[in-house]
Design a protein. Structure first.
Lengths: 307, 310
């Protein structure tokens, strides 16, 4: 196991981590502010990937596809908020889980009707296809490096918007005391719809960037959604900082586990044991991590105030 | 009260006369459908004990369905086809896993509880996928159904149907007795006001854990039945969609009511069958129906007939 390989897998973990972060940020914002648990967040990830793919084929330009895909996911997110989810803010979490579970069934099947059940092929645009050289001497796919860059830029932007702007101030105020904010003359419904749409667009961004790496197919959102739940539970639900730290931890642990657990177990115990237990252990590693964190810190690593 | 007795009698009567009726009509397929519904109703009834009466929103109840089914499947794979042994292992293993999961999960509450139960079930799901020996992702056929020599032959669809009916009624009665016992009253008290139940000297943890284990064991039995019903085990039984389905059955029927989960299971699965017969894209219709039922139908089907017990 050379250092170059280790470093490359670390980057892969980081890339997976920022994808998780883009999902987790929206989910945790919506939870922190509206106290709403949205299982259909994974559907928005899928919608983003499909819309971008369709728009890119239609316009013939990747960047136009990205712009249209993001705008489309934003609109879809705001639409489901207005039509269905708004009525559920003051219900308990159980009702929210069930209603958004219904939405997942709807979106997965709708996508299957429109594009079929088979995985769609999303290609990396030519200007992002090459490799870059790492200081370790090996090369790394440019596209994955760009994902890491975009994710980190979004994280900084998000931090800036939430802590340094008027909109962010309203968001934080809305999370603390909804009634007070609306009494001060703020249209809290509109604010909620905006936050939800914004979270949807982030999920769409994660989906469209993940498209060329993972499969674009119905149900793709749920695979990542459950990992995102692990992230926000580890990080502390409602905390953006927690979402960032949790994403990186989960992304790196999961990627490292899949890459190195099998050879590690093979050399430490026996090859057959590694062969048998390696993949199984790798796929449950993050859940073990979550159980461990919750045992010692039931509120996550960075508990948000007030929850 | 009277309406309740009439409802139960009518429902049981219909289920009793169904087999001769469909056999006469030459439609044994419907027997299969109803048997599956009754088996899953056991799972829903068991979830209702912790979700409805205990307030524990477990998003991982399918785990026990899977463990019960895998216990039967794995024992059959190694040639142990004795039904008593298989089902005892199914129930015991489910109870044991529920004890482990519950011991960790019940320390948390609210949204964290939902998530951690989901995560544990995901672990078991991936474990099922990684069991290459027992079919891995594709699942495995069970060649011989559980054997109860001299008692009942599960290969006979009508006999199996009546067995499922009896077990469903027993599980309903059992939950009814549990929630009306002293134990059940404490459990309900911890749901309605945790601080007060602590104040009068009842720590919720052991009561919740015990209920969690009982529910897991009951659902394990449903899993053993389900494995015999399909003669097939697959990790899909432990998928989170399956957990969501069971949850929906309980909520649709009406939480914390005795008949609710049974009604909900029938309603959900009958609607599902009807939609499946109509279009292959039935989920595109079912999804919005479920959303609307949550928004507009707050107390579930049982709420139409009577007020919930709790």
């Amino acid at each position: 196991m050379s250092f170059a390989l280790l470093f490359e897998q670390l980057l892969n973990g980081l890339q997976f981590g920022v994808t998780l972060f883009l999902m987790a940020a929206g989910l945790t914002l919506v939870f922190g502010i509206m106290n709403f648990i949205n299982l259909a967040h994974g559907s928005l990830y899928m919608v983003g990937a499909y819309l971008t793919l369709a728009a890119a084929q239609w316009t013939g330009s990747y960047l136009a596809g990205v712009a249209l895909g993001l705008a489309g996911t934003l609109v879809v997110g705001m639409l489901i908020e207005v039509v269905a989810l708004r009525a559920l803010y003051d219900r308990d979490h159980l009702d929210q889980v069930l209603a958004t579970f219904g939405l997942i069934l709807f979106f997965n099947e709708l996508v299957a009707i429109l594009w079929g059940r088979a995985a769609q092929f999303a290609s990396v645009p030519s200007f992002l296809s090459g490799h870059i050289d790492l200081f370790t001497g090996s090369s790394y796919p440019l596209y994955r490096a760009v994902i890491i860059g975009v994710g980190l830029v979004v994280a900084v932007l998000l931090w800036y918007v939430v802590t340094r702007t008027r909109l962010g101030m309203l968001i934080r105020a809305g999370a603390t005391n909804r009634t007070m904010v609306s009494a001060l003359g703020i249209n809290i419904r509109l604010l909620y719809t905006l936050v939800f749409g914004f979270g949807a667009a982030l999920a769409g961004l994660a989906g469209l960037m993940a498209g060329p790496i993972y499969n674009v197919q119905p149900g793709m959102g749920e695979l990542i959604l459950i990992q995102v739940f692990v992230v926000i539970v580890i990080g502390g639900i409602g905390s953006i900082r927690g979402a960032l730290v949790g994403s990186i931890i989960v992304g790196v642990v999961d990627t490292m586990g899949r890459a190195f657990l099998k050879p590690l177990l093979s050399t430490m115990i026996t090859p057959t044991a590694g062969e048998a237990a390696g993949p199984a252990l790798a796929s449950i590693l993050i859940y073990l991590l979550m159980a461990g964190v919750l045992t010692f810190r039931p509120q996550g690593l960075f508990p948000a105030r007030g929850t | 009260m009277r309406a309740r007795v009439i409802g139960w009698t009518l429902g049981i009567l219909i289920l009793l006369i169904l087999p001769p009726l469909v056999m006469k009509l030459g439609q044994p397929f419907y027997l299969d459908v109803v048997r599956r519904i009754m088996i899953l109703a056991i799972a829903a009834v068991s979830l209702n004990l912790i979700l409805g009466y205990g307030g524990l929103v477990s998003f991982g109840h399918a785990a026990y369905l899977g463990i019960g089914a895998y216990a039967v499947g794995i024992l059959a794979f190694y040639g142990f086809t004795n039904g008593w042994l298989q089902w005892a292992v199914a129930i015991g293993a489910s109870a044991l896993v529920a004890l482990g999961i519950g011991a960790v999960s019940i320390r948390t509450s609210g949204i964290y509880f939902i998530m951690i139960t989901l995560a544990f079930t995901q672990m078991l799901y991936y474990l099922g996928i990684s069991l290459e020996e027992f079919g891995g992702d594709d699942g495995m056929r069970i060649k011989v159904k559980s054997q109860f020599p001299g008692l009942v032959n599960l290969a006979d669809p009508v006999a199996f149907y009546y067995l499922a009916l009896v077990l469903m009624l027993i599980s309903v009665y059992l939950v009814h007795r549990i929630v009306n016992s002293r134990f059940g009253m404490v459990l309900r008290a911890t749901k309605s006001n945790e601080a007060r139940s602590r104040a009068i000297g009842f720590s919720p943890y052991p009561y919740r854990l015990a209920a969690f284990v009982i529910a897991g064991a009951m659902c394990g039995l449903a899993g053993a039945l389900y494995a015999n019903h399909t003669s097939y085990i697959t990790p899909g039984l432990m998928s989170w969609q399956q957990s969501g389905d069971i949850m929906f059955m309980v909520i649709l029927g009406g939480m914390a009511s005795i008949a609710g989960p049974v009604l909900g299971t029938f309603a959900l699965l009958v609607v599902e069958e009807l939609l499946k017969g109509w279009t292959q894209h039935w989920q595109v219709v079912l999804g919005p129906l479920l959303v609307m039922s949550v928004i507009f139908f707050r107390r579930g089907l049982a709420g139409i007939f009577y007020k919930p017990d709790a």
